[in-house]
Design a protein around this ligand. Structure first.
Ligand code: ZN
Length: 197
């Protein structure tokens, strides 16, 4: 344990995901010692992100505008929507360059243990997007783990009443894994080999 400001900084850093006590300590010492590092820039960026970045009103992806760059891009294939859990999954899929349609970001996955049901996710806002008949296919690209599978099953039942093809990414993705960590080739192949639900 340290005291004063340095401990405050370690405590603040420790609240961030993926930063354990050792990393927090290492970063704190770096900030104290490195003369070339300008901490004001990080402070400004953190405040600016918090103020300006929010969720796209259509798909739930991150954006600084009302509507994100993907939803507002008329060149994207408007007939297919890929449903993912988090904005980071959109980024992972975009990196494959295999997919040119639209997205819908749920904001998580169904997890009864954590008290997360469909009402806690961006599910209801998906239905109006399918109403006018433009969308022909919904690709469910939730994580290949228990929560992701439960979410896929739920969505496929909900969408079963509609005249829309519902597909799930092919296996090849590591089971129990996180979409974000799949390499681009595996993720790209999973798209090509997607199966009907
Ligand atoms: Zn959007």
């Amino acid at each position: 344990m340290y005291e004063g400001l340095i401990q405050d900084l370690i405590d603040e850093l420790g609240q961030l995901p993926g930063i354990g006590p050792k990393s927090a300590q290492r970063i704190a010492f770096f900030v104290v010692q490195d003369e070339h590092y300008n901490p004001a820039k990080l402070a400004q960026t953190l405040a600016a992100v918090r103020e300006h970045v929010h969720f796209c009103s259509i798909c739930g992806n991150l954006t600084e505008s009302e509507i994100c760059s993907i939803c507002s891009d008329a060149r994207r294939d408007q007939t297919v929507i890929c449903v993912v859990e988090e904005p980071k999954d959109v980024a992972a899929i975009e990196r494959t360059h295999e997919y040119h349609g639209l997205y819908h970001v749920l904001g998580g996955a169904i997890s009864p243990i954590d008290g997360i049901g469909p009402d806690q996710l961006r599910v209801t806002s998906l239905m109006p997007r399918l109403a006018d008949g433009t969308v022909q296919e919904v690709i469910i690209a939730t994580d290949p783990n228990l929560e992701g599978e439960a979410t896929a099953t739920y969505l496929s039942r909900q969408l079963g009443y509609l005249d829309i093809s519902v597909t799930r990414l092919a296996s090849g993705l590591p089971v129990g894994g996180d979409l974000e960590y799949a390499d681009e080739i595996t993720l790209g192949r999973a798209f090509e080999g997607r199966r009907s639900l």
